[in-house]
Design a protein around this ligand. Sequence first.
Ligand SMILES: NC(=O)c1ccc[n+]([C@@H]2O[C@H](COP(=O)([O-])OP(=O)(O)OC[C@H]3O[C@@H](n4cnc5c(N)ncnc54)[C@H](O)[C@@H]3O)[C@@H](O)[C@H]2O)c1
Length: 257
Amino acid sequence: MELNGKGALVTGGASGIGAAVARKLAEGGARVAVVDRDESGASRVAGEVAGLALPGDVSDPEVMPRLVAEAEREFGRLDVVFLNAGTTARQPGVAELDLADYRRIVGVNLDHVVFGTCAATPALRRAGGGAIVATASLAGLTPMPNDPLYTMTKHAVVGYARSAGLALRADGIRMCAVCPGFADTPLIAEQRDQFTGAGFPLLTAEDVADAVLAILDRGTSGEAWFVQPGREPAPYGFRGIPGPAGSTPPPTLTRGV
Ligand SMILES: NC(=O)c1ccc[n+]([C@@H]2O[C@H](COP(=O)([O-])OP(=O)(O)OC[C@H]3O[C@@H](n4cnc5c(N)ncnc54)[C@H](O)[C@@H]3O)[C@@H](O)[C@H]2O)c1
């Protein structure tokens, strides 16, 4: 995808995967708005990429429309939106529930993807089309018993991106989910030693950013791309899902490899 002169917005851009994607988009010539609730981190990364720092809590329904509008006004257009801010749960959420923590994780991991997509779509249309990538996780494709609430939100992001990606195609807007395995970022800082001690390979934030750029380059929509160490990123196949006898599964169930 030609990035030179394009306008981009990255949520969770102050750290980890978001910061790596902000840098790669800027290297390609895009002007980048760095959104994060971590105000100093957003300013630091925005400074590095000569972009725009937009502090805010993306789980607030009023924040994404405001920040999208600011980015579009500053750059004169918006072409690429990376909805990536995310967090883990502080509870399993299976025998009892801390409601505030539940609302927090659903607000960041899921609501913000919906708020961000709805806020960005009119701006992307005005630019003549564009691309949205939402960060899900390998936990959006497979069970993860140590964090069911996180896993639930990431499965929802995969379902939303695959469906919205098809719904938006008529507008020239593409949307995909990226599904990384464990990546060495502050999000997994507490488990990092366990991974390295067990010889478990971790992705770098740059590996995931390369996959996001590959998704933008591919130009497809409605796909969920897995990213794993030592493998080429690729759209997940969703093969073998049973339908009614004699039916052909709808194309949404057979996309990808
Ligand atoms: N690190 C991994 O192993 C891994 C694997 C798969 C998916 N992911 C996903 O990748 C995304 C990025 O995570 P990361 O690993 O770079 O972690 P990170 O902690 O380095 O970055 C997450 C960023 O999101 C920001 N953020 C969180 N809640 C916010 C809110 N309400 N409003 C605004 N900003 C908010 C944080 O301040 C932080 O800068 C997340 O969605 C995460 O679930 C991470």
